[in-house]
Design a protein around this ligand. Structure first.
Ligand SMILES: [Zn+2]
Length: 155
């Protein structure tokens, strides 16, 4: 693989980074990645994360924020909105507020209420719940057909 650096005439080399601060990539205060494989320029040391890593980190952060962050701050609110590829107008429409209100939440001019936080977090979690439910429904259906035999396996 021979990828040129975008910042200088150097070349990108596959490297495992012990620690990489990726907060800026996601618009969040601090996102520390450990033992992450990346492309690093052999001259200027600029770092490029592979798309698969970005996708994984994005998905993991969205789930984590939705499950654990009770009161979203402007950055985490914006992060979740972008995670759904929603515009401020889309979010405003779904939450029944104006686009200006969403803009003020994201710029920290007015605080994001607990209810709005719960709504945004629910947007993340609901599709996952639906998927999990349909998987377990399917499993229940085929288990019943099969007479629910016990399974013990060593993968
Ligand atoms: Zn470079």
């Amino acid at each position: 693989m021979n990828i040129k650096c975008g910042e200088c005439p150097g070349h990108m080399k596959e490297t495992e980074l012990k620690e990489f601060e990726a907060g800026a990539l996601f618009g969040l205060k601090r996102v520390c990645l450990r033992h992450v494989s990346a492309l690093v320029c052999d001259r200027c040391e600029s770092v490029m994360l592979p798309g698969s890593v970005l996708e994984y980190v994005q998905e993991t952060l969205a789930t984590w924020i939705a499950q654990h962050v009770e009161d979203l701050n402007p950055a985490s609110f914006r992060f979740l909105r972008k995670h759904f590829a929603m515009t401020q107008a889309d979010v405003a429409d779904r939450l029944g507020v104006t686009r200006l209100t969403v803009n003020r939440w994201e710029s920290g001019v007015i605080p994001i209420g607990r209810a709005e936080s719960i709504a945004m977090r629910t947007f993340v979690l609901l599709p996952r719940l639906r998927r999990a439910a349909s998987v377990s429904l399917r499993r229940a259906r085929i288990a019943e057909k099969a007479g629910s035999p016990q399974i013990e396996a060593t993968p």
